[in-house]
Design a protein around this ligand. Structure first.
Ligand SMILES: NC(=O)c1ccc[n+]([C@@H]2O[C@H](COP(=O)([O-])OP(=O)(O)OC[C@H]3O[C@@H](n4cnc5c(N)ncnc54)[C@H](O)[C@@H]3O)[C@@H](O)[C@H]2O)c1
Ligand SMILES: O=c1ccn([C@@H]2O[C@H](COP(=O)(O)OP(=O)(O)O[C@H]3O[C@H](CO)[C@@H](O)[C@H](O)[C@H]3O)[C@@H](O)[C@H]2O)c(=O)[nH]1
Length: 326
């Protein structure tokens, strides 16, 4: 298929691009490079542009007879979304509506969308099923929920086919070491711990030790980014105009912050200096996916273990201590 990947120079998007190309798809990457990296995308397939540039988008969709879009482009810093919600609503909502309208104008009827488990807010039930109430506790989560709703309305009215993939915590790096995680600023747990192992940071702080979990630290479901990429491909293969998929993408297994630190110590062979700190505002105690619906609907389940995930992240970070350096 001819596929447009927005945000394909970013972390998750670049791994999806690699997976799509390995499976014989004709891929175009559309990224404004605000957070993405030029060298994370194939040079002859990268178009630098913004979601708000409707004409550029429409031309790209038409000229390349795009049949489906994978939409990763968004801002994703939860804390910043609280202090500067306008930035998030403008980019994640208005930008995505611009993309959906360009698709409509060009007759592109399939989209795979990066949603998030942050749309569930503080879960009433763990592992979290897809029909769990969606009640985000921050503007970032709301921007994703608004788009899930818009896609449903577009499906009903215009026959859009969509997959809303609600990721849990994307982690790890490509098995061949060619691409990996490089956010600036970095706020994610695993890369921050690995920075301590590399001597780039003095210590990691555990945000909260009094949660109602076995060791008092938060539990998350860390899913390998290549497993996420495989799920995108599987969802794309099932998509049809007028149909929808709403799927949790996680492993179904949770790990606490303290357990992640211990595993990173084992994998890197380095002692990780650890400080015990206060809770970070807006962090639910436990987020773990119920992955059953995804398995039933698209025949996908996460294959990589937590250890493999951390090993791949360590391989990338130790080979690229300054990330892409672009
Ligand atoms: N990383 C995670 O754990 C995680 C979890 C759940 C959901 N998500 C979602 O997955 C997607 C990818 O996340 P990521 O971690 O790869 O983020 P990322 O920042 O690495 O990638 C996003 C990419 O989108 C581009 N972009 C942003 N706004 C744009 C615009 N207006 N026009 C064109 N390009 C634009 C950025 O330059 C960047 O390359 C996001 O939508 C995010 O909300 C990520
Ligand atoms: O220095 C740190 C950084 C993080 N944490 C904890 O580690 C866990 C994971 O945090 P982080 O890696 O920042 O991911 P999340 O806050 O869980 O958010 C990620 O995962 C969400 C889905 O769960 C996505 O929606 C977000 O975009 C993505 O950033 C949380 O319990 C944090 O409190 C620490 O204890 N110390």
């Amino acid at each position: 298929m001819n596929i447009l990947v927005t945000g394909g120079a970013g972390y998750v998007g670049s791994h999806a691009v690699k997976c799509l190309m390995a499976n014989g798809h004709d891929v175009w990457v559309y990224d404004n490079l605000v957070y993405g990296h030029k060298s994370a995308a194939p040079a002859d397939r990268l178009v630098v542009g913004d979601l708000h540039e409707s004409e550029k988008l429409t031309k790209l969709l038409r000229d390349n007879q795009i049949e489906a879009v994978m939409h990763f482009a968004a801002y994703a810093y939860v804390g910043e979304s609280v202090t500067d919600p306008a930035k998030y609503y403008q980019n994640n909502v208005v930008g995505t509506l611009s993309l959906l309208d360009a698709m409509r104008e060009c007759g592109v009827q399939k989209i795979v969308f990066s949603s998030t488990c942050a749309t569930y807010g503080v879960p009433q039930q763990v592992p979290i099923p897809e029909d769990h109430p969606q009640a985000p506790i921050n503007p970032y989560g709301y921007t994703k929920l608004v788009i899930e709703r818009a896609m449903e309305d577009y499906r009903h009215a215009y026959g859009l086919g969509y997959a809303a993939l609600r990721y849990f915590n994307a982690s790890g790096a490509a098995a061949d070491g060619s691409i990996g995680e490089d956010h600036d600023p970095e706020t994610h747990l695993i890369p921050l711990i690995l920075d301590v192992a590399l001597g780039k940071r003095d210590s990691i702080t555990v945000f909260g030790t009094d949660y109602p979990t076995p060791d008092g630290s938060c539990i998350r479901d860390y899913i390998h980014v290549d497993d996420l990429a495989d799920a995108h491909l599987a969802a794309l293969n099932k998509l049809a105009p007028g149909k929808s998929l709403k799927l949790n993408l996680g492993t179904g297994r949770g790990a606490s912050v303290k357990e992640v630190i211990e595993l990173c110590e084992e994998v890197t062979g380095k002692e990780i200096a650890t400080l015990l700190g206060e809770r970070r505002e807006g962090d639910p105690p436990e987020l773990v996916a119920n992955p059953k619906t995804a398995e039933d609907a698209i025949g996908w389940k996460a294959k990589r273990s937590m250890r493999e995930t951390i090993e791949s992240a360590w391989a990338w970070h130790s080979a690229h201590p300054d990330g892409y350096a672009d």
